[in-house]
Design a protein around this ligand. Structure first.
Ligand code: SAM
Length: 183
């Protein structure tokens, strides 16, 4: 079995401990990145790297790079590093250690896709910081849009109110909000 699939299979055992996205959400992100030929993806909330592996496998096919932010140094940041190495995808992944609202402005470029999966009450802060990192046709995807509907209401309202974004809620996994920058 390819090493990225074997790594994902091993990580299935701990999805509840590391708050990972569901397998179907991973498959969806992977397919979308391939379909849209994304080359640069920013992820907020690496945890142990499960979603990052799904994303990076698609980016490797597109000769692209994942930038992924995690604030929990002692365990999760280092665990993700190990898992990325096991998956064989390390060279397509740049890990960033830090508190997302502070480190997003230091990321190097505009992104084709930005995936939000961290502290729910901070999503509005993330949005403010990531908007300058988007361009026409950039996609923003936010996890937990159905499982944490109440907590993410302000964020959903904010993104829906942006005139140059079109958004849609998908009933995949814990609920994914997908928004595209139209101009
Ligand atoms: C839901 S988990 C991410 C799961 C991961 N995307 C996956 O599916 O494999 C959220 C992670 O975001 C991290 N996190 C929360 N707030 C953060 C912040 N402000 N900056 C960076 N990381 C943060 C947490 O430490 C945690 O590991």
């Amino acid at each position: 079995m390819k090493s990225f699939l074997q790594t994902l299979k091993n990580l299935q055992k701990t999805v509840d401990i590391y708050w990972n996205i569901g397998e179907n959400s991973g498959q969806f992100l992977n397919l979308l990145i391939k379909a849209l030929k994304c080359k640069t993806v920013l992820e907020i909330g690496t945890s142990n790297g499960y979603s990052g592996i799904w994303i990076a496998e698609a980016l490797a096919k597109n000769k692209g790079q994942l930038y992924t932010i995690e604030s929990h140094k002692k365990e999760r940041f280092n665990l993700a590093k190990e898992n990325f190495e096991k998956s064989g995808l390390s060279k397509n992944i740049t890990q960033i250690l830090g508190h997302a609202p502070e480190v997003i402005p230091k990321t190097p470029k505009k992104f084709d896709m930005i995936f939000l999966d961290a502290t729910k009450y901070e999503y509005c802060d993330y949005l403010e910081k990531i908007l300058p990192r988007t361009k026409k046709n950039s996609i923003i995807i936010a996890d937990n849009i159905l499982s944490h509907e109440k907590e993410l209401k302000k964020f959903t309202q904010k993104i829906s109110s942006l005139k140059n974004f079109q958004s849609f809620k998908l009933n995949i996994g814990k609920g994914l909000l997908i928004a595209i920058k139209t101009s």
